[in-house]
Design a protein around this ligand. Structure first.
Ligand code: AMP
Ligand code: ZN
Length: 111
């Protein structure tokens, strides 16, 4: 756990947050400032600063984050209408929280 990392504190339950998904490697929460009807964050328990800091050992983890995102899209009923998954990388890429997280943004036109 990294000091003063808000996502490490959420994972460690120092800051209360509802986990809409969790397993031994990652959690998912709703973004506190949603940009769409569905805006989830898939966050590995391991503190990795950004995509820039990924190592070969993290490849399976990042792959699983995508599979978890796919499952959550189904659960949130945005799989058919569509959604975006993305990482912001460092300040110029729009990253504000420096603990790796995958955004899942969708929920438009769900009918
Ligand atoms: P990024 O700009 O890619 O670093 O995204 C960070 C995201 O985390 C933003 O969309 C914030 O709204 C979101 N966020 C920050 N603090 C919290 C929190 N306590 N709970 C849920 N989402 C948060
Ligand atoms: Zn962290």
């Amino acid at each position: 756990m990294a000091a003063d990392c808000i996502f490490c504190k959420i994972i460690g339950k120092e800051i209360p947050s509802e986990f809409i998904y969790e397993d031994d490697e990652m959690i998912a929460i709703r973004d506190i400032n949603p940009k769409a009807p569905v805006h989830l964050l898939i966050i590995p328990r391991k503190h990795i600063r950004s995509i820039n800091d990924l190592e070969a050992v993290d490849e399976a983890l990042v792959g699983r984050m995508m599979t978890v995102a796919k499952g959550l899209a189904v659960k949130e009923k945005t799989d058919k209408s569509g959604y975006r998954v993305f990482f912001n990388v460092e300040k110029g890429g729009g990253q504000e929280v420096f603990h790796l997280h995958l955004h899942l943004v969708g929920g438009f036109d769900r009918g």
